[in-house]
Design a protein around this ligand. Structure first.
Ligand code: ADP
Ligand code: MG
Length: 252
């Protein structure tokens, strides 16, 4: 059960040169229900393509994607997706932005509002509900975008470098915050990241991808039990050892 990618292949054609570029070649990956899995790999290797395929925005050339045993490739709306450049709409307030998914799904507006306000409260964002994106800090905007993804109401979340554009300190705050959220919700999460500490801190499994076409070079099991204490965990000799191995694979 969970998310299962089987023999997934995808190539893009280049209309000018009439060439085909292979981005994924028969990729297999399993994300167990309730697990937090991170994907790390070089820029341009095909990570966002994997997310687009899982979200049904792109269609694979070969292979299949199963969610709890049901084929979902090529179909939208099965997972919550926070794309790499997920910007809040500048003309909508924070509350209106996080309600966007509910509007698309035609959920009961009043009920959705009540739910959204509860979440904003839990996320410490209540005082900013009526603020516009330009009035929010980078961290708040990313929290808003993530909240919008969660309110889409799916048990599986795809997060494509959600904190990539934030400064190091804010990023650490956000990682700790995401960890606490996940401890409560236990979503099935596939996170794309470039940040090794982030991957070790949050994940049950870290999958390292090769250059394009993305192959799995190695899967690291991250054996720390939940709930996790970030500071203690990241300074433990086990985490440092994992970090050394990951660095070695990524920067040989
Ligand atoms: P990553 O997220 O790992 O940085 P992407 O999955 O975004 O990589 O892209 C992998 C490769 O596929 C890149 O070379 C990119 O230019 C190319 N690519 C991605 N999407 C498209 C598309 N829609 N059409 C053509 N080429 C694409
Ligand atoms: Mg990407």
């Amino acid at each position: 059960m969970g998310l299962s990618l089987k023999g997934l292949s995808k190539a893009y054609s280049n209309p000018q040169k009439d060439l085909s570029m292979e981005v994924l070649h028969s990729l297999d990956l399993v994300v167990e229900t309730g697990a937090f899995v991170s994907l790390i790999g070089p820029s341009g290797c095909g990570k966002s393509t994997i997310c687009n395929l899982l979200a049904g925005i792109e269609v694979p050339d070969a292979g299949e994607i199963l969610l709890d045993g049901k084929a979902i490739h090529g179909t939208l709306g099965n997972v919550g997706y926070m794309p790499q450049k997920d910007l809040l709409l500048p003309w909508r307030t924070l509350l209106e932005n996080v309600l966007l998914g509910c509007e698309i799904l035609h959920k009961n507006k009043r009920k959705a509002q009540v739910e959204a306000k509860e979440w904003l409260n839990q996320f410490g964002l209540s005082p900013f509900a009526d603020h516009y994106p330009h009035q929010l800090s980078g961290g708040m905007r990313q929290r808003g975008a993530l909240l919008r993804t969660i309110l889409f109401g799916k048990k599986t979340l795809l997060l494509d470098e959600p904190f990539g554009a934030l400064d190091a300190l804010t990023r650490q705050e956000m990682q700790r915050w995401l960890l606490s959220i996940w401890n409560r919700t236990r979503h099935t999460v596939l996170l794309i990241t470039h940040d090794i500490d982030e991957a070790i801190l949050l994940s049950d499994k870290v999958v390292v991808l090769s250059q394009r076409p993305a192959r799995i070079i190695h899967e690291f099991k991250i054996p720390f039990p939940h709930p996790r204490d970030p500071d203690e965990l990241l300074l433990s000799s086990l985490a440092l050892d994992l970090k050394r191995q990951l660095l070695h694979l990524l920067i040989p």
